[in-house]
Unconditional design. Structure first.
Lengths: 298, 298
């Protein structure tokens, strides 16, 4: 049985309060024949994250159409929100899920980026696996100064010139980052302590930006409902830095600081492979393949 | 999306050498519209295990038809092999996989058992979750004396009277055990020692029959290819006694005996739930459901 190719796309839009605007953007995605898995709006961030999947061709078309719709509906001149952002459609990552290589997703990002630049006159920065320059791999580097700062910088600083589109921000839609990346896993580990300093200290030890594990973003927070400290993370490449490795590091660091892991949680979607890796690691399981899972053979 | 109901059936036939006989039996299953997942013949056991799935109605029909075909093709009077057995179709378990309860599989076992008794004149013993008596839950109790011993016992011992069918063995097909059970997991743990006594001693500690973990069959063996000792197991009810618990026990018992687990393997098929339990246990993962696995949502 030939399984159809599947790409996931997770665009972030700079609107998290006006439900009607969000609905129209989501509708532009559905109209392209894609499946919308999740729509998460956050009022304080004033931001919406849409997760959708489909064949490469449909996902590519939907990514363009939702960017077009967002440019018509969102005005960055009036946008306020906590999350750093550069445009109405702030970022568009393509994620290979089934029967598609990362390189094919990189090609999708380049084609969509080019089209957004040329047809919508929105400057586009290629990022992550699609980045053309080392200093554009990470989103924070692209978002430096945010919408307001980039408005000037794009005109005067050659280092801020976009990969596609004009040398000035779109008057209402700003700019957009388009890229390809592996599936991202939002993974939180709750500690058996109310001391947020311990979570912050562990987060500092394990995150890539302070010399910890590659592809791990982490910070320490306190969870109001439980009164306990949490290490909250994004695992940006679970194949390079698997869940079990991250968990084991936190387990060891927590013990060194006289506490323990109480429990953990995965927020949102997770690829089966990322979970199976935990099984392989825990059981030292060899010679297994997911074709041996009954649920896939019935 | 309504997912179709799926039942698995794993009949064992007393023929493991004549490929033509095995082919004809397998064909009788396929003809009923079921999907044959695996056919494993063992010459020294002179036995074949067929794994197939389908809707409840198709699986029920296939279970009857393959028993009929095996009765025509296999002569128990001439059967020799290492594995204990009572009939041409030795045992037929029904396993609930999706959208089906254990109770529905028990009802299937009773209907098929009655039909095999009445139409094929083969005595049937209901076992496992379908058992009508405490002393018929376990197959070894039903197989006591095997085909040769049961031939007399069924006539004279009221305790050996079948649930369905005549009070005498079928002249060539013998008797059949029909039942319902959870999916069985064949799980082997390889130790870091060539000393088979350690594997035997751990197996004794963890198997149910000598007072260990419920629903666990275990023995210690030596693997010729590696020269290392192995605890080889059947986990008969992974929901009651999960893989991670069994692994942890072996890990502790191995350490007590001065050795370690080298690796492990799962033979054949395994339900996804049984693997996810290992993830939940290892990560103390809470609030997860398999609907959050990307692969099921694309």
């Amino acid at each position: 049985m030939m399984e159809p190719q599947v790409v996931e796309c997770v665009p972030n839009f700079s609107e998290g309060r006006d439900q009607e605007v969000v609905n129209q953007i989501v509708q532009s995605i559905r109209s392209c024949g894609c499946r919308v898995l999740d729509v998460s709006s956050d009022a304080s961030h004033n931001r919406t994250v849409v997760t959708f999947t489909g064949t490469p061709a449909r996902v590519e078309e939907a990514a363009f159409q939702c960017t077009k719709r967002a440019a018509e509906l969102i005005d960055m001149e009036r946008h306020r929100g906590e999350h750093p952002r550069i445009g109405a459609t702030d970022v568009i990552p393509f994620v290979p899920i089934r029967g598609v290589t990362m390189d094919e997703c990189v090609q999708m990002a380049r084609r969509v980026g080019k089209r957004i630049g040329e047809e919508l006159h929105i400057p586009v920065y290629l990022y992550a696996k699609a980045a053309t320059r080392e200093d554009r791999v990470r989103l924070p580097d692209i978002r430096k100064g945010e919408y307001e700062g980039l408005k000037e910088a794009i005109k005067v600083d050659p280092a801020r010139a976009p990969d596609y589109g004009p040398l000035e921000l779109h008057p209402t839609a700003g700019a957009t980052a388009v890229g390809a990346r592996p599936p991202l896993i939002a993974f939180n580990v709750n500690l058996d302590t109310p001391d947020v300093r311990i979570a912050k200290s562990i987060a500092r030890d394990i995150r890539e930006s302070s010399g910890g594990l590659p592809h791990v973003q982490a910070k320490g927070v306190i969870i109001e409902e439980t009164g306990l400290a949490q290490v909250t993370m994004n695992l940006l490449d679970y194949q390079e830095t698997p869940i079990s490795l991250v968990y084991q590091h936190i387990e060891e660091e927590a013990r060194k600081r006289g506490t323990n892991i109480r429990d953990s949680e995965i927020v949102g979607m997770v690829p089966l492979d990322a979970l199976l890796e935990v099984v392989y690691s825990r059981l030292k399981l060899k010679g297994f393949s997911k074709h041996r899972i009954l649920d896939f053979n019935i």
